[in-house]
Design a protein around this ligand. Structure first.
Ligand code: ACO
Length: 381
């Protein structure tokens, strides 16, 4: 192809690469819909598993479908002892996202590969990934502390069970409910980097465990899911609400990014950040205040008049870390928790990609050398 005729769009900004019926974003109005249902309504009325079902299969489940889905997920929460033993060999100092990426990829070793035209294979892969990812994250947390992972409990809901496996104690139902609502908020967001990565991988017709492992690796970056960890580090560095203005001055002067601010799609405050801020406040009322929340509010108040005119507002990561911190979750698990939730969106996109597949193979604009003669080793300078 004559590359002179191509127009480069760095980051594919504004370039549609697929049709999709999963999620709709209006970045100017701050609206987010999953399969036509608003994020506000879903986060109030649905559960994470019901939302995952909606995203992946396209419609809200009937009561029987939901019961069956929940039961299947519950039945597949345990990890093979081989996966647990493999995880025990991971370095305890490694990042949990790397542990998750490796463990998710390892499922491809255990379950028959690439039967992706078999609806049973697809259904079972969906169930296994949704069921096992939380268990993997909780298992790594205990293993790195030198403990044995604890088994899932069948009498607990999806979110309560995860918090139980992670913290080894049964959590207050309000904490579990808030956590479940966080999972709904993070479940899907159209063609963000990790979802695009999932679709590119899916387009090769590889197995779903490779699709999810590829997406987990992409989510880990600080410009994507990794930002929620950095927000807390930033707030701790600012220390007090009074320091927010000078921190912002320096950041703007040095052209450094305010973590948890800015979004390729939203030019207003991210609707998920609005809900997460309310969830954080619910937790502070119930379990006590967090001084970092005052710092966050002060930074937001200082930043909006200065960054708002450029369309830079708090994104989903700005308040999610404060919620997880109040739930007693270690900072380096924030992004793995994002993955627990986003696996629903990735799987929905995997199915949609398979439904009308064409392998991704974009073009490039070549900027290298013109054809030239080989130089033998003794003549090179
Ligand atoms: N703080 C300060 N300035 C910012 C920020 C920010 N957080 N985000 C963007 N800008 C500025 C840029 O400096 C740039 O300014 P300039 O035109 O004067 O050079 C302008 O806004 C455009 O920025 P880009 O980086 O080109 O915007 P893009 O759409 O590519 O980036 C992104 C979006 C990556 C999210 C960016 O806003 C960012 O890095 N934010 C901080 C990291 C973060 O919070 N990531 C989580 C995103 S949500 C998610 O992935 C789950």
């Amino acid at each position: 192809m004559d590359s002179n005729k191509l127009i480069l769009k760095p980051g594919l900004e504004g370039v549609p690469v697929t049709n999709s019926s999963i999620c709709d974003i209006d970045g100017n109005k701050g609206k987010l819909l999953y399969r036509g249902y608003s994020i506000e309504e879903l986060s109030q009325k649905s559960s994470f598993l019901e939302t995952a079902y909606l995203l992946i299969w396209g419609e809200l489940p009937t009561a029987i479908q939901l019961r069956d889905f929940e039961q299947e997920v519950q039945m597949h929460r345990r990890l093979s002892f081989r996966v647990r033993d493999m995880m025990k060999c991971f370095p305890a100092t490694g990042h949990p996202m790397d542990a998750l990426q490796s463990s998710a990829a390892s499922l491809g070793l255990f379950y028959s590969r690439r039967a992706i035209d078999d609806p049973n294979y697809i259904y079972n892969a969906v169930i296994r990934l949704i069921a096992k990812i939380p268990t993997m994250i909780a298992a790594f947390q205990l293993i790195r502390k030198g403990q044995d992972p604890i088994q899932p409990r069948d009498d607990l809901t999806y979110s309560s069970n995860f918090l139980y496996m992670l913290t080894e104690k049964e959590q207050d139902p309000i904490a579990a409910k808030v956590f479940d609502r966080c999972l709904i908020l993070h479940a899907e967001h159209s063609l963000n980097a990790s979802t695009f990565s999932a679709r590119v991988t899916a387009s090769t017709l590889t197995d779903p465990y490779a699709v999810i492992a590829s997406a987990v690796g992409t989510l880990a970056g600080p410009l994507h899911g990794g930002a929620n960890e950095d927000v807390i580090a930033m707030l701790e560095e600012i220390k007090t609400p009074e320091n927010a203005a000078s921190f912002l001055d320096n950041a703007i002067k040095n052209k450094s990014k305010i973590m948890g601010f800015g979004h390729r799609e939203y030019k207003v405050k991210d609707p998920r950040a609005i809900i997460l801020q309310k969830l954080a406040e619910e937790l502070f009322i119930r379990f006590g205040a967090d001084e970092m929340y005052e710092v966050a509010k002060s930074l937001e108040a200082e930043a909006i008049p200065r960054l708002g005119p450029k369309g830079i507002f708090p994104n989903v990561d700005f308040y999610s870390g404060l919620v997880y911190r109040k739930l007693g979750i270690p900072r380096d698990l924030f992004t793995p928790i994002f993955a627990i939730s986003r696996v629903a969106g990735w799987l929905a996109h995997w199915r949609e990609q398979l439904g009308a597949n064409r392998i991704f193979r974009p073009s490039q604009i070549y900027t290298g050398s013109a054809p030239r003669d080989w130089i033998s080793l003794e003549n090179r300078k």
